[in-house]
Design a protein around this ligand. Sequence first.
Ligand code: NAD
Length: 735
Amino acid sequence: MTTFTNFRFDVDGDGIALATWDTPDRSMNVITPEVMEELAHLVDTVAVDEAIKGCVITSGKDAFSGGADLTMLQGLSAQYAKLAKEKGEEEAMSFFYEESRKLSLLYRRLETCGKPFAAAVHGVCLGGAFELALACHFRVLSDADATRVGLPEIKVGLFPGAGGTQRVARLMQTGDALQMLFKGEQIRSLMARNMGLAHAVAPRDQIVQAAKDWIKQGGSAVASWDQKGFKLPSNKVYSAAGMQIWPAANAIYRRETQDNYPAAYAILEAVYQGLQLPMDLALKVESRWFAKILRSKEAAAMIRTLFISMQELNKGARRPKDVPQTKLKKVGVVGAGFMGASVAYVTANAGFEVVLVDRDVEAAEKGKAHSHKLMSDQIMKGRAKTADRDELLARITASADYADLYDCDLVIEAVFEDPKVKAEVVQKVEAVIRLDCIFASNTSTLPISGLAKNSKNPVQFIGIHFFSPVEKMMLVEVIMGKETGDKALATALDYVRAIKKTPIVVNDSRGFFANRCVLAYILEGHLMFVEGVPPAMIENAGKQAGMPVGPLSLNDEVGVDLGLKILKATKAQLGDAAIVPEQEQLLARLVEQEGRQGRKNRKGFYDYPEAGPKRLWPGLTALQPKHLEAEFLDMQELKRRLLVTQALEAARTVEEGVITDPREADVGSILGFGFAPFTGGALSYIDFMGAKNFVALCKELQAKHGDRFAPPRILHEMAASGETFYGRAKDKKAA
Ligand code: NAD
């Protein structure tokens, strides 16, 4: 009998093989070179053994598989670079092309080996793993909530290069296929079946049987696209129907990507070209695009930040190693307002007991009601049961009595942003909690070291800074005060991990990390406005640069009045030179004279009508001291200004020691404020451009637009030495 390491392989009395993928010592099945080798062997075994009728592939774990090991792809790029140096570009490229299409050829071999293959999928089945399922002739998914299929490669700057683009585009209407490939979303079972991605849905304990039954009943070993007379779901590319699709697809691609994502462009091309060819040639076309994209700097940057670094941070890269795992059971949340209510929800949702305290019981109950509402929404969507809501609510105790916090392991305060109120809360909480309880503040502007002065125990005092909306935003900034100790840090990181968010550890500074960069972005938008750039052009420059929203729109979301408040507080504390007077004048005019506070009162840079989309307020032009003609403005320069100003601020946080690890600035900038993801983050933006080029660009902008673009010392040094942020971090670690 054939034996494998990554698969259990059994053949039943009917001659149907069951390959159970279950890599030892790993919590998740991942496609590695060894798995590929064994799978190839497995396909050969099934193909040649006459006693075997067909094969079902399933997983022995709680999930099917997360897909290919991306570090394997990273390794391939390194091999390419080495080979290019030694033997030249052509040889390196040919090696790279052949290597990068191995998985695609393996799946094609499975699909055409003459025996029927069926995939029985429970749990997540993503990327290369879903491409394996797509190459099987039959797919049955479990009906469990945990089951999700999808091709999320685009999220790390890649695209499905093992047949995914071609098979998906032959299973469904072209428009739907492109949407699916562009979005990279995880799809639940029933939806997947309705989309044509799966043939059947069954309870978990019946999927293998369902797959075997399909083979027993004579399931075909020839994919529909390999059969004579196969018709594409949207008809031929060059047909009347095809002509309906492609012009629109091009437009949607441009709108969604601003042409910043070569992988999205490659999807468009691979599908367009591939649909005009038989499968083997179509796969070849896909492979060519895949090899090209795999070598793109966007893929390198996105894989590093959004896959590797993010995973490392999630797994506790910054956690002090010698502090034993904390055993958090009960978490106190003080202040049940906008933020506190949501923090209570995400905490209870992770299974913790929560004590939610506000000034009176009504306010605390109102905060708890937020969890009721969120769970009810989940129930409406069929994603939770009434019992789940009851259990979650039972874990939250709403109270006005601080004494109820006595047995908490961690207390997070989210009361008013007022140092006096916060000071009082620290004292009231510390009067009742155990000595080993960690105290965290969710302040967004007050330095942690200052707040910690009110504490008897500053070693146990830390910042846990959430972003709004808490339920959606994946980033949490953990702020170290001057005296914060390792146990507080470990506790905060264990907590953030438990609520399934990504932490970055930041040293205390005004605005910490994310808000500093965000404010620089908004400031640049305001200054463009004052210069006379048409507001619509400012907004478009932001979006074309890769930001999720333009700077004026972002200011509306945050609150124009809050922006003014922060400016005034900064000026009061640091003096006139700490702010830009034109910005203060603009915001004061908007808030104090025009009553425009932002989205919250439906009046900001935009108007927010009850019905219909928001639109730029027509009164804005009257607020501009002068007006520049759009056709004489350089859009490229506007885009660069908006990214450079944020990257510069990120570099300053490194120079000041606020950020100590480039991974955190990169992950934090993308998750925290959507910094153009294709760059790999605010520091990768500089690294990939090269410090020398970046400094030259800054100097050019400085000459034209002022000293806010003056590159800090650290960048001059890096430009001179040819260093990168990641290179410096590596050297520091090694030293
Ligand atoms: P909020 O006004 O909505 O809520 C504050 C709550 O604290 C209110 O319910 C109030 O009754 C309660 N409170 C005030 N004094 C109290 C006391 N002595 N004891 C108990 N409860 C008390 O404010 P928010 O927007 O939720 O902000 C709370 C904190 O979170 C602030 O420090 C803010 O800087 C920070 N923050 C806010 C955001 C945001 O987007 N709003 C983002 C990150 C951090």
